[in-house]
Design a protein around this ligand. Sequence first.
Ligand code: FAD
Length: 468
Amino acid sequence: MADLNAKLVIVGGGPGGYVCAIRAGQLGLDTVLVEQGGRDGGLGGTCLNVGCIPSKALIHAADAYHQAVEQAHASPFGLRVERPSIDFARTIEWKDSVVGRLTGGVGALLKRHRVRILHGHATLEDGKTVKVDTDTGVQTVRAEHLVLATGSVPAALPGLPFGGPVISSTEALSLPSIPDRLAVVGAGYIGLELGMAYAKLGARVTVVETLDRILPAYDAELVRPVARRLKALGVEVLTGARAAGLAENGESLLVDGEGVPRRRVPANHVLVATGRRARLDGFGLDRLDLTMVGRFVQVDERCATSMRNVWAVGDLTGEPMLAHRAMAQGVVVAECIAGQPSAFDATAIPAVCFTDPEIVTVGLSPDAAREAGREVVTALFPLQANGRALSMGAEEGFVRVTARADNHLVLGIAAVGAGVAELAGEFGLALSMGARLEDIGGTIHAHPTLGEAFHEASLRGLGEALHI
Ligand code: FAD
């Protein structure tokens, strides 16, 4: 097979890699993208195949079913629903069809931008040469620039290796049936999103978390409504508890911890969702002389590594491991290779937790802003006073704005409530454009929408709230 030559070769077709390839195509750069496929990947990477998209599809279906059940029980809207049931195989089929449409779309976009796609496992020879094990033999690709975008994989717990009843999020997204009992180890966003979805589908769910609280990445005020909902859904949450291993019969999780008497949590499946680790092994990364930060590849603001013309994007480069961060980095790398003065700015990366209710944050929390030495004004607007939230029957939650006390520059925005994920764009825009409370207060927000709560929180920070 003749060697392929290109301006850049990208290893990994997840959000970081494929977006980098599309942008490179737009900029006229001759680009080869290598994607190995397999159970944790494929075009679209973790995100489209076994992450963001399938999890949100499952969460949506679970919610629709749960709402039908709740409405059948007692409907505040006066609906009459007779004995709802769910065909879970059909749910998974639908979820897979959503994934299929999106991954197919990525393939088409890459072709349209004249990106050459190689399907197969890539091994690095050096910083300019990649060997790809394709179905038809080994293909050597030589390129001026190498972009590493190999992403991350679920991290296993030492006493609880994956296999049998012990599953990762990947398997949890394609279970053959709704488990009677599910134990979730780790109360981060992935564990709680999936745990809540299965609770809504009828599983009895227990969440085991070593720390003394759930969703440790979010402040206590934001997490409270989620904790209340978990309780209402009958999810048992054991904090300060350690998953010690499987019982001999493999049908229970052994749990102990300070203040938690050793006990067995019966479980058909134990979902280990304690984090993800960068994919660093098995593709010759050790042949490059890269500076690392812990278990991540170190990059500068252009996403350049310590080796000339070797770039890295996405989960491989550290936290926050989020698809939109990977995509933004991918764009920066393509533009830098094309000679543009592009740089990645991490100040306004929104994070959304698709629990019930949803949580959105962007920028600094009030505590983090104070710790950074800022004098701040913080204002909160409850969804109870928002017409749209009430008209949806979902009044739990609030929008909170944190701004500098002296000039009202917005430093952070957060919200918790049903449907608030869709506010992430407005929050991110406000922060990245350097909005002040007056800018948001002076923007006409459509009525009735949840966005009005952001407007009102900003007005409240100025002492001018209209509806509270
Ligand atoms: P990945 O998406 O991991 O892609 C890497 C790709 O590289 C894979 O397709 C892999 O097959 C390929 N690859 C690796 N090594 C090689 C090799 N040697 N040769 C060829 N190909 C290779 N993020 C959000 O922003 N929002 C969410 O709601 C969200 N939900 C999530 C839910 C779950 C259950 C999970 C697991 C993750 C979720 N994430 C979410 C995180 C998100 O999926 C990742 O941050 C994102 O996919 C990272 O993109 P990436 O390009 O760095 O890597």
